[in-house]
Design a protein around this ligand. Structure first.
Ligand code: G4P
Length: 286
């Protein structure tokens, strides 16, 4: 499973961010709390340089809270980074964000000098939803469109706080194969019809290792099952996925992935700091 990476798009997005970045005091990088490493684009850290960053681990309603705590600790230990975990149901708590940003740039956030924050991140992590919540009105389109506030470069969000939306689409970093599978499982990158089954098998295999009980409970399979290639047909059978008299594994794959994405299997995180970091702590290549 490869991340389809488009260098042309990336260069364009990068150039556009660099063009506006001199106006920015704080970068708000939004990540998916279910995959806080694979949903990063390491170019953003490079672009922000020494400017402070609020790392928002979003969609915590879908993530395993014990693992989110570990990721918060890991990100908070990074130079210039304050990490914050939230989800779109926490409207009131989201109002902490302007103050957190002001704390990072004490010379701003005063009359005549609003804190200017750029919201960035890969598609589908919840940037537009966050912008709308902070602005208190709909200024960005949510869903599968790129989060670009089309005619509105700057949005006032509360007293002495201004938001700029990522100009252009930041793809995920070109990561390893596992990162590709995790991104596809979460729905952040699209899979072709052929890959769908592969991604579902990856998800089932991961669930077997880390969240076996949740998998068994949802699909009524035995807790002893340990082969994803047998479990997927079993799910197809249970859910009546039949096409032309045969088990329809593509349909079963769609069910598993859609249910995972909707949180129907419970709160699940696809990567953990202690498992990922020994080899992925390395700085990005220039
Ligand atoms: P983006 O700008 O980064 O591309 O993401 P966007 O806000 O468009 O959000 C992508 C999808 O994720 C949307 O769902 C949105 O509702 C959902 N989402 C955003 N924040 C959260 C969160 O904290 N928790 C959960 N569970 N979902 C969240 P969609 O179905 O694609 O679009 P829509 O029908 O909701 O508009």
């Amino acid at each position: 499973m490869q991340i389809h990476w488009y260098p042309g798009h990336m260069h364009k997005a990068q150039r556009k961010i660099r063009e506006v970045f001199h106006q920015v005091d704080v970068m708000i990088e939004v990540l998916d709390a279910r995959l806080p490493l694979s949903s990063r684009n390491t170019l953003l850290a490079e672009i922000r340089g020494t400017k402070p960053c609020l790392m928002v681990l979003n969609k915590t309603d879908l993530a395993d809270s014990s693992v989110t705590k570990k990721w918060l600790a890991w990100y908070n230990a990074q130079e210039g980074v304050t990490a914050y975990a939230t989800h779109n149901g926490e409207r009131k708590r989201l109002q902490d964000i302007p103050q957190l940003c002001r704390d990072m740039v004490p010379r701003r956030g005063i009359p005549g000098k609003p804190v200017r924050a750029l919201i960035a991140g890969i598609p589908n992590v919840g940037k537009s939803t966050l912008i709308n919540s902070l602005a208190g009105r709909k200024v960005a389109h949510t869903g599968n469109e790129p989060a670009v506030t089309k005619n509105q470069q700057k949005v006032d969000a509360g007293k002495y706080f201004q938001l700029l939306d990522t100009p252009g689409i930041m793809q995920p970093s070109p990561g390893d194969v596992l990162a590709g599978y995790r991104l596809a499982t979460s729905g952040a990158i699209r899979s072709t019809a052929m890959e769908y089954e592969e991604v579902a098998l990856f998800a089932i295999d991961y669930l077997l290792q880390r969240y076996r009980g949740a998998l068994a409970k949802r699909y009524g399979i035995s807790e002893d099952s340990d082969d994803a290639a047998q479990i997927l047909p079993a799910i197809a059978e249970r859910r009546g996925c039949i096409r032309d008299g045969e088990l329809d594994l593509h349909k079963a794959s769609e069910i598993v992935l859609n249910e995972f994405r909707a949180g129907k299997l419970g709160r699940i995180t696809l990567e953990e700091p202690q498992r990922e970091l020994p080899y992925r702590l390395l700085p990005p290549e220039p």
